[in-house]
Every structure is written in C-alpha cells, then in structure tokens.
Design a protein around this ligand. Structure first.
Ligand SMILES: Nc1ncnc2c1ncn2[C@@H]1O[C@H](COP(=O)(O)OP(=O)(O)OP(=O)(O)O)[C@@H](O)[C@H]1O
Ligand SMILES: [Mg+2]
Length: 485
C-alpha cells in the first residue's frame, strides 16, 4: 500500500525529496504538482529546523528557492493544527517590502498548498482596504503583507496579531533597514510571544544582521553562499558610456533579438519614465513600473511583462527584489543603484532557478565609485566589455522635446536610509515624520477611508500622535489618510 507520506518510486520505502525533509500529505502532492520534486539547497537546510520550531536566519542567492523554504514548513505546521482560527487573526504573517512581491508570495503559497485547505489573504497599500478587512474578518491561516497597511489595520483594530505564531521577513535586510524597521518592530511586538521567526535574503549587510538579532531567538544560521554572492549562472559585464550616450547604447543593444525578455533598471522614477519614452522614440515598446504609478498600472506592467506581451520592462528598484519572472534573459542597469546590495537583487531577476542570465551595467565615469562598491560586495571585478568613452555624444533629434535632467526630491525609490551614519537629507527625512518609503507609496487609492472616518479622540491631527517614540502607543495613533501604505 502506498503511504501518503512516502514519495512514489522509492522501493526501499525510504523518504526522498521533500518528504525526506518532513513535508507530507496534500502539501507534498501539491508541491510535486507545482514541479518541485528535488528540494533546493536552501530548502534542504531551512525546512527541517523550521519544522522543529527553530528561528531561521537564511541567506541564499537570488532565484534559489527561498520562498518555498519558508512557506512549506509554515504550511505544514498549520495543516497539523487542530485549533480554530479566531476572528480577525492570522496564524502566520509574511512581510515583504513591495506589494508586487507580496502578491507573488501569495500566488506561490496558493500553488504549494493547493488542496490543503489553507486560507490566505493579502494586506497591502494602494488598493481598497475594505476587501482586505473583509477577507481577514473570519481569521486567516497565512497573511502576506507590506508593513504600512498592516500597521494601519492593526492600529484600527481590524487585525489582531496576538495569535500569530509564525513571522517571516522576506527580503529581511530590506525589512530591517530604516524605511521599515519601526513598523516591523511594532508588528513583531504585537505577535504571539512564543512566535517562530524566519528571515531570508540574498544580501545581509553586517549592521542589519546585528538588528536582526533583536527579532530572532537563537536562530539557525544558514548561508548557502556568502551574502551578496550573485548566482553563478549570471554572466555580468560593464559597458562604459557617458550618460548622454546611454540611450543610444541601450537601443543598439536591444536591436539584438537574443535579448528576448529584458528588465532595464533606472535609479530614479523620472529616469525610468525618460528611458521608456526614449525607447518608444527608438521603436521599442516597453512597460514601466515605479512608485509614482498607480497600483493597477504597476501590477499591469509586471503582468504584461510576465506573460510576454511586452518584451521590455523599465523599472526602478521596486522591482529589484524577489520578483520571479522565469525566463528573463537580460538585466540592464541603465545606471548604478545608490546601494550596492540593490545591484545583487537587480541582476538576480535573471539567472533564476539554474537558468542562464546576462546582466549588463552601463557606467558613466561619475558612477565609478558606485561600481567599485558593487565589486567590493560581490567580491569580484566586473569585466568591461565595451568602452564608448572615446566616441562623441550622439546628437539628439531637435524635434524631440528636450527634458531637463534634474532630480526632484523624492525621485528615487526609497532604499531604507543610509548606512554611512549620516542623517538623510530632504527626501530621506520625510519618512521620519510619516511619509512612506516610496516603494510603498502610490497615488491615493480609491476607497481609502478619509482620516476623519475614525476619529482618534485626541482632537489633534493624527500624524502628531505617531512619531513620539513611545512604544506604549504602538498601534495607538492613526496614519494620515494620504499615507497610502
Ligand atoms: N525545489 C524546487 N524545484 C523546482 N523549482 C523550484 C524549487 N524551488 C523553487 N523553485 C522555483 O525557483 C524560482 C525561484 O524561487 P524563489 O522566487 O523562491 O527564489 P528566491 O530565492 O526567493 O529569490 P529572490 O532572492 O530573488 O527573492 C521560482 O520560479 C520557483 O518556482
Ligand atoms: Mg524571494
């Protein structure tokens, strides 16, 4: 007789694959149906200790299967629970830095738990909160959320975290940097005292690893490869080009049909719009995704790229982390990111799950210091495969409206503050007083409740209550309505 707990085809009755890691029943079936037969190294190392109840500090390269490494043990534990969910509670909470990543994690969980009667819900900004509140009303098994909207719902009593026994910080270093740390700490404090916590990322700067200690209890530390190591499958190179030459260099590159699915990363939102416009003028249709777009436009751009209806996606770093679009052939860095870690995540959109990938970085001489910083963290020198610096700047078509290359305050997607110890300037300071990290911000969504809808009773504007640094008020204040989380 075939035991549900064993994988078929093993005559000795010994467990193999995910079954050998402790995954069984409907979950094992769904995992196999999803095409996951052999566990990846991070899954082999992280699943058993999580099933034993241990906290995890997990580092593994981009595209190496971290999502299933945290999802499967949680799902397995939840399936084994006999208890009933209480209204407005969540058994497990997965935090992610961007809405698109949260959506993707929910999709993966639904796939891995198909047939296992697991309920999931999403809580994220930029879309109506009404349907989210309704969905968590009866309580859910797994809640996937971005921290801003989640904080709002907890503060307003629409969500109770006291029964949350599993907490995951996907892209953990990002969740613990300055843009998110306060929300994440408050959220963690509100979860069950005996909760189990897992933190995963491909990068982990030392100072953030230090912060993680405050959230993890005696964690099992797993490092499949040293942090910031790029997947071996990604062939990386640099093209030297002055800023004014980059448009022409990019368009020439894209004429090669071997570049069949390409993400072009831009450091700023205006830059992303400008690259998209220039590509259109040069005959290339591209979708664009950045934090000034509506949530619908963001998700549509990603979906069009995912399903192959557009070949090129121009993106800021909101698409740098976690996004899994199998088959991206090339990543082009139109410019270097402000933070070296972002480079690792950007290029990690290709070369996923053992596939090949090519990453090309266009570098103006003014970006040399950033390039050296990237080379330092990835511990390798990047080969220069082309040098345009000796060529003259191309002439712009005089009929094209020239745009000023200024960088408005707040034009960069938020990267979570600076790690050089200096206080942030204008744009950075906003987040201390209530603005959201850009990756989390969007135009005010339809259906968002106005601030006056639920009076806080203080008679003061709500924003005053919040950043007093008093932990007792954790979820006491109200987020101003314009802070679409
Ligand atoms: N055991 C497995 N067998 C087959 N495919 C797998 C397995 N585990 C994961 N995958 C696939 O590998 C791809 C990458 O997985 P995932 O998105 O979890 O990577 P990641 O480590 O989280 O990357 P990132 O650091 O970019 O977030 C996904 O398409 C996923 O479906
Ligand atoms: Mg991931």
């Amino acid at each position: 007789m075939t035991n549900e707990n064993t994988l078929p085809g093993n005559d000795a009755g010994e467990l193999s694959g995910f079954a050998a890691l402790g995954i069984s029943g409907a979950l094992l079936k769904a995992t196999a149906a999803a095409g996951f037969t052999e566990p990846k190294p991070i899954q082999v190392q992280a699943i058993p200790p999580q099933l034993e109840g241990r906290d995890i500090f997990g580092i593994a390269q981009t595209g190496s299967g971290k999502t299933a490494a945290f999802a499967l043990p949680i799902l397995s534990k939840i399936i084994g629970l006999g208890t009933k969910r209480r209204p407005r509670t969540a058994r497990a909470l997965i935090l992610a830095p961007t809405r698109e990543l949260a959506v993707q994690i929910e999709d993966t969980i639904k796939l891995l738990a198909k047939g296992a009667h697991i309920s999931t819900a999403l809580v994220l900004g930029g879309v109506s909160r009404f349907s989210q509140v309704k969905k968590i009303g009866p309580g859910v098994d797994v809640l996937i959320a971005t921290p801003g909207r989640l904080t709002d719902l907890v503060r307003e009593g629409d969500l109770i975290l006291a029964d949350t026994k599993w907490l995951v910080l996907d892209e953990g270093d990002r969740m613990l940097d300055m843009g998110f740390i306060n929300d994440v700490k408050r959220i963690a404090k509100a979860t069950a005292p005996d909760r189990q916590t897992a933190l995963f990322s491909a990068t982990m700067p030392d100072e953030i690893a230090e912060l993680a200690k405050g959230l993890l209890k005696n964690p099992v530390r797993i490092e499949v490869a040293p942090q910031s190591t790029a997947a071996a499958e990604i062939v990386q190179s640099v093209v030297l080009a002055r800023t004014k030459q980059k448009r022409q260099v990019l368009s020439k590159m894209l004429a090669d049909e071997a570049m069949h699915s390409v993400i072009v990363f831009s450091r700023t939102k205006h830059g992303a719009d400008r690259v998209t416009k220039d590509l259109a003028r040069d005959g290339f249709e591209a979708a664009v995704i950045h934090g000034n777009k509506s949530q619908n436009a963001r998700q549509k751009a990603l979906n069009d790229f995912r399903d192959g209806s557009v070949r090129i996606l121009v993106a800021t770093d909101i698409a740098a982390r976690g996004i899994d679009v199998p088959g991206i052939s090339h990543v082009v860095n139109f410019d270097l990111p402000d933070e070296a870690e972002s480079y690792v995540h950007r290029i990690g959109r290709t070369g996923r799950n053992g596939r090949d990938g090519i990453a090309i970085t266009l570098c103006d001489p003014s970006e040399n210091a950033k390039l050296r910083q990237v080379e330092r963290i990835i511990r390798m020198k990047l080969p220069v495969v082309a040098d345009h610096l000796g060529s003259p700047d191309p002439q712009r078509d005089p009929r094209e409206k020239t745009e000023r290359h200024f960088e408005p305050v707040n034009d960069r997607e938020h990267h979570g503050g600076r790690r050089d110890g200096r206080r942030p300037g204008n744009g950075g300071d906003m987040k201390r007083f209530g603005a959201k990290p850009n990756g989390e911000r969007g135009p005010k969504p339809q259906g968002e409740r106005p601030a006056a809808a639920k009076p806080n009773g203080s008679g003061k504007p709500d924003g005053f209550k919040r950043f007093k640094g008093n932990n007792k008020r954790r979820f006491g204040g109200k987020r101003p309505a314009n802070r679409a989380a």
